[in-house]
Design a protein around this ligand. Sequence first.
Ligand code: GRF
Length: 193
Amino acid sequence: MEKFLGKKISTAVFISGRGSNLKSLINFSKKKKSPIKIDLVISNNPEAKGLTYAKKSKIKFFIYNFKDPSLSEKKILNKLKIFQIKLICLAGFMRILSVKFIKKFNYPILNIHPSLLPKYKGIHTHIRVLKNKEKLSGSTVHLVNSKLDSGKIILQKKVRILNSDNVKSLEKKILKIEHKLYPKAISIFLSNL
Ligand code: GRF
C-alpha cells in the first residue's frame, strides 16, 4: 500500500445499525489533519440508523442484503473498485466477510470490537463480561484477518466496570471511548504503513 503522503486515503465504512462510530469517523474525516476521507458507506441493513449520517454528509451509500453472501460481496468489491477505496473500516457491521473478500480487496480492513481482545471475541460481549464479574472491559481496534476478531491489535482502551454497571451503562461507557479510539487507531495505523 502506498504511504500516506498528505493525501487523504479513500475509505469505506461498513455498518449495520446505530452508526455512532460512523458519525464519529465522519466528523474525524472532515478535520484537516485527518488521514482519511469517507467516500462510501456500505450496509447490510436498509433500516440502519447510521445511514442518516451518510445522507447528512452527502456520502454515497449502498445496501446489500447478504441473502446470497458471495453475490453481495462480489457487488461490494465492484463498488470498492469504482470508488477506488483503499481502506475499509468496519463499524458495527454484523456480517462476517469471507476470506475470499479479504484477499480480493487487497487493502487493509480495520474493525472496532467492544472488548479487550483477545478476550470476549464474538457477540453479546457486555453480557458475558458482566456475567464473569470482570473488573475491566474496553474496546479494541484491530486488523481484520480470516479469523473472527483475531487480527493484529492496533489500539485498545480500558474502562473500569463498577458494581452498579449493567449492559446498558457498560455499552454507553464503551461507545464513548470508541468514538475517540477509532480515529486515533486509524491515524496510528496509517502513519506506520
Ligand atoms: C460498537 O460497540 C462496536 O465496537 C461494535 O458494534 C458497536 C457499533 O455501534 N463492533 P455503532 O453502530 O457504531 O453505534
